[in-house]
Write a protein that binds this ligand. Structure first.
Ligand SMILES: Cc1cc2nc3c(=O)[nH]c(=O)nc-3n(C[C@H](O)[C@H](O)[C@H](O)COP(=O)(O)O)c2cc1C
Length: 327
């Protein structure tokens, strides 16, 4: 049997708390005979996606990106893996910024399994790659109160939708702030070890459909799909929407406490059909709302694009222009 591989993408301080939990999880998975790699996102050269009008990466893969940096290598590392681990410290309620750069460069529509399926199968650049894999997420916050970490896990989840990575375990760690404090929390170290084993188990059993199969600790979170409790709760409705999955949960009070009922929802973006639903709505939008007016806005659009009266260019760009002129 081929050796299975888990790739862990991590960030935060080098040797910091997040890394300690990641290494704990990887040590557990490595003991199961799985080859494990840890990649420090902060040490990668990775520029923000420029959304270059559905650029070359859509057709030719990450190697064709207009940014020549470590993006292609990161995408290949993901595609070559059998299991995915993403971990980040919480900065201002959310994961450290490099996570969203990583997400936008590696994932999104170009890596979307549902889009591939709708358009005749995986593009040539992804042929022979594993299509779906299990994953796990670790968010590490320093605050004493959990609500200071509210967007951590939810945002880490946003890297999993396109490639249908099935999250089988996640940890929302809080109260771990100072360098090395991770080591003082043996409870979390144990949970990280179990997370590594759970991800390892899923990686070793690819015959199982891991959609909505959660192996982590049951903590009575609101949503039974992603096991988080971050919801959109608009007044006047009798339902909430899960921020991660998009599915509807109907709310009631039982003995004065919140209770939820979550019917299967075609909008559930952890499923392929949830993404079909979204792609159909995007197509409808373009056809019905945008296309009928596309021609009439062209002239006006040109003027807006040309308007640079307020733009201030950064010193780096000015220096590059000056150097080019001097050549
Ligand atoms: C810029 C910055 C913002 C932070 N904001 C939060 C926050 O909103 N909530 C929280 O729980 N911790 C916050 N923290 C604390 C870190 O999440 C915490 O120290 C964590 O252990 C760092 O992980 P690391 O050692 O892997 O870098 C912040 C830290 C920094 C540097």
């Amino acid at each position: 049997m081929d050796t299975k591989r888990i790739v862990a993408f991590t960030c935060g301080r080098r040797g910091g708390n997040t890394e300690i939990y990641v290494k704990t999880a990887l040590k557990a998975a490595a003991r199961m005979g799985i080859a494990c790699e840890l990649i420090r996102l902060n040490e990668c050269d990775l520029g923000a996606c420029k959304d270059c009008l559905r650029g070359p990466c859509y057709a030719k893969g990450p190697g064709a990106c207009i940014l020549k940096d470590d993006g292609e290598w990161l995408a290949q590392k993901f595609l070559e893996s059998d299991g995915y681990l993403l971990a980040a410290p919480v900065w201002s309620l959310s994961p450290a910024g490099i996570v969203t750069v990583f997400r936008d460069r590696i994932f999104g529509p170009k890596m979307d399994l549902a889009a591939w399926e709708m358009n005749g199968g995986a593009p040539e650049w992804a042929h022979g790659r594993k299509l779906q894999r299990p994953g796990a997420l670790i968010s590490v916050g320093g605050a004493l109160t959990e609500h200071w970490t509210s967007l951590g896990l939810a945002t880490l989840y946003t890297t999993t939708f396109s490639a249908q990575t099935n999250v089988v375990d996640h940890l929302n760690i809080f109260q771990v702030a100072d360098q090395g404090e991770a080591l003082m929390r043996r409870d979390y170290m144990k949970k990280a070890e179990y997370l590594g084993q759970n991800l390892g188990h899923a990686v070793l059993n690819p015959q199982i459909d891991w959609t909505h199969r959660f192996l982590g600790e049951e903590k009575h979170e609101a949503c039974p799909g992603c096991h988080t409790s971050v919801v959109v709760a608009k007044p006047g409705r009798d339902f909430v929407e899960c921020v991660v999955c998009g599915r509807k949960g109907y709310v009631s009070l039982v003995d004065g406490k919140l209770a939820y009922r979550w019917p299967d929802d075609p909008q559930d973006r952890l499923t392929m059909m949830g993404k079909y639903d979204h792609m159909r709505e995007i197509a409808r939008h373009t056809e019905e709302r945008f296309k009928p007016h596309e021609a009439e806005i062209q002239e006006e659009l040109k003027a807006w694009r040309a308007l640079e009266d307020f733009t201030v260019e950064p010193p780096s760009k000015l220096a590059k222009r000056a150097a080019k002129k001097a050549d």
